[in-house]
Write a protein that binds this ligand. Structure first.
Ligand code: NAD
Length: 437
């Protein structure tokens, strides 16, 4: 037993701190904890308490899986210990930073959490350590914005005393199939040798394998263009939806027909919310502008997608008018307020744009979402929502998110004869819905 422990210690003496235990950090920390000693660090003490009691409110890691790796104190043995105490991460040799990278109200990148996390790590950084950033950023952020903070706070010299890496995260919240270990991961390092080390670290746990990019900037750029590409493609089909709606052609039928060609890309129209696809293109745009280039396609895609909530609301109102439904004080039920299906995340959800626009038309909106935390919806948006389907008759029902629960609703119970059903996601059967986006 003692010998076994000793061998393990000699074979694997790496100790990893994961800074930021949210949607990205926790699944990663849990995965690394199966093969390494991991300390999860977060400034949110409530988050630390829930995790240490074996619960993940983001639902990304189920309680049993989390509890299987949790340890009561940080040692050199494999396992995950979560804390908000700086002292607990001072003997780590890898720091992986997974803090948020949002935009402000003018869609400009906010690097504050990244800078603060770099200050935290800088305060405990020891010679030989490697700091890997996972947060989505623009090309150059790691070496130009974060490394100088690490140098300033630690007093150490970059690429001499300590090193950096960047490995973007590709997880898809709520997706239980493409979990972190099953998604090929791009890695990079501040020197070729460090790139190899970072790559080996991830290879040990990512069963789907890794792709070692030649530089940190390449890895950073690769992430930001993955989401920008999706954003632009969705903007294109959203534009198609607007055109075909004017012509009374069903966009989904068109996409299905065109999709029979081998190289037609399968994008669908919809609301683009969340903190990735709808945010990351602004990071790229900001850096492009700093370099004297004013992006056209990237920002056109953003403008188009950002206007879809108001567009959906106007389509709903037109449909109601066509059925002689009185708009003022009409009772509208909105199905879904999270930014995506089967996931409790309500941050930057564009369902809110639909709701706000519907209210501006003078309608009364009820929000039903079995996944969204009622307090969080109220806190973030000042809106009331319910987790239980309201037993009322609505003049209009607007499905904005494709939560699985919505497929089993008995619509006859919540509508009257004239009511309309608008299905943004096109998941309801033809006999139920009146129109889709
Ligand atoms: N959620 C996704 O689907 C996803 C996918 C790929 C990439 N990303 C990127 O990963 C990054 C993290 O996203 P997320 O969704 O996990 O965010 P999140 O908000 O779920 O989690 C971030 C965590 O970091 C903590 N935190 C904030 N500042 C901190 C600090 N200074 N020190 C320690 N902890 C701090 C917060 O308390 C929170 O628990 C972002 O850059 C995001 O763009 C997210």
């Amino acid at each position: 037993m003692v010998l076994g422990k000793l061998i393990k210690k000699i074979m694997n003496k790496d100790k990893i701190a994961i800074v930021g235990l949210g949607y990205v950090g926790l699944p990663l920390a849990r995965l690394f904890a199966t093969k390494y000693s991991v300390v999860g660090f977060d400034i949110n003490t409530d988050r630390i308490s829930e995790l240490m009691s074996g619960i993940d409110s983001t639902l990304e890691v189920d309680n049993e899986t989390l509890q299987a790796v949790l340890v009561k104190e940080s040692t050199e043995a494999n396992g995950l210990f979560c804390t908000n105490e700086l002292d607990q991460i001072k003997d780590c040799n890898y720091y992986i930073i997974t803090v948020p990278t949002p935009v402000d109200k003018n869609n400009r990148p906010i690097l504050t959490p990244l800078i603060k996390a770099s200050e935290t790590v800088g305060a405990v950084l020891k010679p030989g350590a490697i700091v890997v950033y996972e947060s989505t950023v623009y090309p150059g952020a790691t070496e130009e914005d974060c490394v100088p903070v690490l140098e300033r706070v630690s007093g150490l010299t970059f690429n001499k005393d300590f090193y950096a890496g960047y490995s973007p995260e590709r997880i898809n919240p709520g997706d239980k199939e493409h979990t972190v270990d099953k998604i090929l991961k791009v890695t990079s390092g501040s020197t070729p040798e460090i790139g190899k080390k970072v790559d080996d670290l991830y290879k040990a746990v990512i069963t789907a394998g890794t792709h070692l990019a030649p530089t940190i900037k390449v890895a950073e750029a690769s992430k930001v263009i993955e989401n920008s590409q999706r954003d632009i493609n969705i903007a294109f089909v959203n534009e198609l939806a607007k055109i075909f709606n004017l012509m009374d052609i069903n966009t989904h039928d068109v996409l299905e027909a065109a999709g029979t060609k081998w190289n037609f890309l399968p994008f669908k129209p919809g609301l683009v919310g969340g903190h990735c696809i709808g945010v990351d293109p602004y990071y790229l745009a900001q850096k492009a502008q700093e370099n004297g280039y004013h992006p056209e396609i990237i920002l056109a895609g953003r403008r188009l997608n950002d206007g879809m909530g108001a567009y959906v609301a106007s389509e709903v109102i037109k449909l109601m008018i066509s059925k002689d439904i009185k708009i003022k004080n009409a009772n509208i039920l909105v199905l879904g307020i999270t930014f995506k299906e089967n996931c409790p995340d309500v941050r930057n959800t564009k369902a809110v744009d639909v709701i706000v626009a519907l209210k501006e038309y003078g309608t009364e909106v009820t929000i039903y979402d079995p996944w969204a935390n009622v307090e969080e919806v109220n806190y973030e948006y000042g809106l009331k929502s319910t987790k239980k389907i309201p037993l009322d008759k609505f003049d209009a029902i607007v499905l904005t998110v494709s939560h699985k629960e919505f497929l089993t609703i008995d619509f006859s119970k919540i509508k009257n004869e004239k009511s309309i059903i608008y299905d943004v996601k096109n998941i309801l059967s033809e006999s139920i819905k009146d129109k889709t986006l």
